[in-house]
Ligand binder design. Structure first.
Ligand code: ASP
Length: 570
């Protein structure tokens, strides 16, 4: 028998019991005739005490050695109320060595000295630490809750193939050579998109799948080339139905996992998001939208500003560190550029402002009045070409919020962005490409713009943004053969290409395709945001590094000549 109890469960009520525990040695304190050892297993840490005399130990012990001990639960002299076993210890009478260990390459405790690289290289040791282990438990709970919730609501979990042909998510696909079909290749699914739509054609009313997806994209610290989606699809729905249901789902997850009751999610159009926040994934934990000032600067005849395509400003109310002169000035210097200015309205009513020729006291007063600013308020402004100004000011808005500590990771502010553009122009290929994917339905009222103003067509698509991060995205799909063909045509696909890539799919359109739509949430991202947006790798058991490498197993790697030959690659 390896154990009567685990290392996390013994407490004061067990004093006097004879027990057997097994675990890894986390710490050894040698006090001469007495030894203290902390042993750890999946469940926790227990302190052992034994005297050299009472234990016939004829072997050396070190960190991470795996031992089995027999002993009596006794009350601990100096108690540790921070852990459940902190009031007791085991007075050991017998010890067995189950396995020895090399000295670990980093400290295997909650606080570690190991950098990311070394922890990735020895990920199995990193998983012994509570922070990583607890994240995996959390991930398990989230997946379980998702399955239960969706199943209860009539969704059926169905697996779709991974080795497929082409997937239309807009990223590059990973390619898998076929051994048995000479010169032919599979690609790894970027998402189950077409299959989930085919399931709707197959009469499955609601589908979901917690599924691995593969996208051959360049390295980014918040992205993995293989990642997990909560992928969903529903029949006979419109945008409103999908948003209502999945708002309910996300609220449920936050309640169960974090015990947080989320407020109703605001829903704004893509156009408004860009206009108000300069980005399609706004962080609204600090709801400070842009105020457009073109009319004001025209009316007030403010020289340099009245000739600008766009003038925008924001007001930060009651700014507690408005007086922190050194830090604040240093920050303002950092974000300063020539199309940007600021006004500080100090608590003693002094007005300070950027050093720019076109500004004077009169102009400053106009802005103070317009924004109804009070002492303690900060005003920031930007001007120039519409698109660039919005984009840059959107980034500055975030920097300001960071500086002022307005992005509290314990606060969650989800919002829906809808009506994203259907198509965007790609300069490289000189073609239009889908903003979401080619099966996304245009808004009926915009279809007439297809010939003359394709960029202006809005789609029936939506993104879920939480704290400025895209957590989910989806759309209502096209369920009309003619519209689908029209979109393919505008994406520059020839009849031959449509046939070879999507022939099977277009054929399915002939058999009574129901109206349908869906969404996919990034599971890794969702957990990461629930836990305060740390690092996505902390929530994946065996993640790739920022360059798409698994440094533990050394993947990707070269293949031997023989293998290449077998795959017809040489
Ligand atoms: N397939 C889409 C994606 O992976 C999600 C969807 O449209 O449901 O982003």
């Amino acid at each position: 028998m390896y154990r009567t109890h685990n290392c996390g469960e013994l407490s004061r009520k067990d004093i006097g019991k004879e027990v057997i525990l097994s675990g890894w040695i986390q710490k050894i304190r040698n006090l001469g005739s007495l030894f203290f050892i902390d042993i750890r297993d999946y469940f926790g840490v227990t302190q052992l005490i034994f005297s050299k005399k009472s234990v016939n130990k004829n072997f050396f012990l070190g960190k991470e050695f795996l031992i089995k001990v027999k002993g009596k639960v006794i009350e601990r002299f100096s108690k540790n109320y921070n852990i459940p076993t902190g009031e007791i210890e085991i007075s050991v009478s017998h010890i067995d060595l189950l396995n020895s260990s090399l000295s670990p390459p980093f400290t295997i405790e909650n606080k570690t000295d190991g950098n990311e690289e070394i922890r990735m290289l020895y990920r199995y040791l990193d998983i012994r630490r509570d922070p990583i282990k607890n994240n995996l438990i959390l991930r398990h709970n989230l997946a379980l809750e998702t399955r239960n919730f969706l199943s209860k609501n009539g969704f059926l979990e169905i697996e779709t193939p991974v080795l497929i042909n082409y997937t239309p998510e807009g990223a590059r696909s990973f390619v898998v050579p076929s051994r048995t079909h000479i010169n032919k290749f599979y690609t790894l699914a970027q998402s189950p998109q077409l299959f989930k739509q085919l399931l709707m054609i197959g009469g499955i009313d609601k589908y979901f799948q917690i599924v691995k997806c593969f996208r051959d994209e360049d390295s980014r610290s918040d992205r993995q080339i293989e990642f997990t989606q909560i992928d969903c699809e529903m029949s006979f729905v419109e945008v409103h139905d999908v948003l209502t249901f999945f708002e309910h789902f996300i609220k449920h997850i936050f309640k169960i996992i974090k015990n947080i009751q989320l407020d109703p999610f605001p829903c704004i159009s893509y156009y408004d998001a860009i206009k108000m926040y300069g980005t399609d994934s706004p962080d609204i934990r600090f709801d400070i939208p842009f105020v457009e000032l073109n009319d004001l600067v025209q009316k007030q005849d403010i020289n340099l500003l009245k000739i600008q395509e766009l003038v925008i400003g924001i007001k930060i109310k009651k700014c507690y560190n408005i007086h922190e002169n050194d830090k604040m000035n240093c920050f303002l210097k950092k974000i300063e550029n020539k199309n940007f200015f600021w006004i500080k309205y100090l608590y003693d009513r002094t007005l300070l402002y950027s050093d720019q020729n076109f500004l004077n006291k009169e102009i400053i007063k106009i802005f103070i009045k317009y924004f109804e600013a009070n002492p303690g308020d900060l005003l920031f402004f930007s001007y120039g070409k519409k698109r660039k100004t919005r984009e840059e000011f959107g980034k500055i808005r975030l920097k300001i919020a960071d500086f002022l500590n307005l992005r509290n990771s314990k606060i969650f502010k989800p919002l829906w962005i809808k009506d994203l553009p259907l198509l965007e122009w790609e300069e490289k290929s000189k073609k239009y490409k889908s903003v979401h994917h080619p099966f996304t339905s245009p808004k009926e009222e915009d279809i007439h713009l297809l010939e003359k103003h394709p960029k202006k067509i809005r789609s029936k698509s939506y993104d879920l943004i939480i704290n400025g991060i895209e957590i989910g995205s989806g759309s209502i799909r096209i369920h009309n053969k003619n519209v689908q063909n029209l979109i393919f045509k505008h994406l520059g696909l020839s009849k031959k290409e449509i046939e070879s890539r999507f022939g099977f799919f277009v054929k399915a359109f002939e058999y009574g395709i129901p109206p349908h739509g869906g969404i996919a949430f990034g599971l890794d991202r969702l957990i990461n945001i629930l836990e305060g947006n740390q690092n996505i790798k902390n929530f994946i058991a065996f993640p790739k590094n920022n360059y798409g490498k698994d440094i533990m197993i050394n993947a990707p790697s070269f293949l031997e000549k023989e293998k290449l030959k077998e795959l017809h690659l040489r």
